[in-house]
Design a protein around this ligand. Sequence first.
Ligand code: AMP
Ligand code: MG
Length: 439
Amino acid sequence: MKTIAQIAAELQGYDPQSLPANAVLDFLQRLVTPVTESTHQPLFDALGKVLSADVISPMDVPPHDNSAMDGYAFDGHQLQADIPLKLRVVGTALAGKAWVGSAGTGDCVKIMTGAIMPAGFDTVVPQEIVTPRNGEAEFIVIPPGMLKPGDNRRLRGEDLAQGRPALFKGQVITPARLGLAASLGLPSLPCWRPLRVAYFSTGDEILSLGEPPREGAVYDSNRYTTFGLLKRLGCEVIDMGVVKDDPALLEAAFRSAAAQADAIITSGGVSVGEADYTKAMMKKLGDVAFWRIAMRPGRPMAVGRIASETIGSAETSGTQKPGAVLFGLPGNPVAVMVTFLAFVRPALLQMMGCTDCAAPLLKAHSQEPMRKKSGRTEYQRGWVSTAADGSLQVRTTGNQGSGVLSSMAEANGLIMLHHDQGNVAVGDLLGVMMFDGAI
Ligand code: AMP
Ligand code: MG
């Protein structure tokens, strides 16, 4: 387990006073480690968890060649380019059981979708394209040029072949993957245990819901946005409330959080010149870096590890349990969400054991000019929509102040203006981190 100083020494040009966003990501990637305990989860409990092993298909899916349509099964080699094919109907194959009977050249079997193909038959003519013959109910005629041998037949194992991996370690279990596991007859899946994340807000001016309003005080919104973001990630959350600016209370909160959780998220109290005890307590209880990130909004952030009450202070020995990863986020409500989405989310996904979770940036044309300073990453709250010509376009959603949550609530994504980018002109292609799935 590397210390903050060791990781810092590995990074070229590490400057905690002005850290580029990609250096933050690089740092966090070196800091966090995936969980190691795995359990089997019944399918209904596995949604959103991360697979801890490849899942090998125990069978072919589908288990038999079967019909993809309601129609008539026959031997497709009899089809000829310009001559209709007349066949005698000798039976009916229903889904769920094999047709017992014998059929050969000149014969066909009426067949339902999903029914097993009769032996020797490889093609299904959909019932809509056969022409009924007057007075000859037991015959069908297939018009020429409409079918090839093998049409409308699903092959055994075409979805999944026995013995081949069907799902992969590190994948998040999505609804489709749940269905796939069920189609293999698997009642449970191997999953990494969910991450436990504790969070609290700090600041004497922060009110919990239910407290009467007070001049100069604001209701705590950060715990609610953090709760929502963590839940969407599938984390187990430990809500530790608002912690007042008091050394004893802060110490108790940090120690208790570190004892219970894999990660701790705090908000507030990490700005430069902050006249409170939060930073001092982080320093006392853990191995923590304090950064000013070259970004907007969300400059200050503290990152490191906090030791729990059961293992004592990290200062005393290098051989202790690592403690919980700390993400000390700024206080401003939008800065909390932006730093979470930009940095905390990828780090938590890595801790969850997820290997296919990178959220791709959508590219959309800017509908407005934007002022942007080169040398820092800027995040703007945006609304992506489809333009008349079918391309994607994005506009900002009003006041972009770092405390203004209403423009965040109106947005469907975060426009990412990268470190080296200058001013934006109308029509420029911008990367957008969409909230769907994350928010
Ligand atoms: P700080 O980072 O502690 O200086 O806080 C920056 C701003 O964010 C201040 O205006 C705080 O009042 C506000 N703030 C801090 N924590 C919260 C919170 N939990 N909910 C809402 N606003 C907050
Ligand atoms: Mg404060």
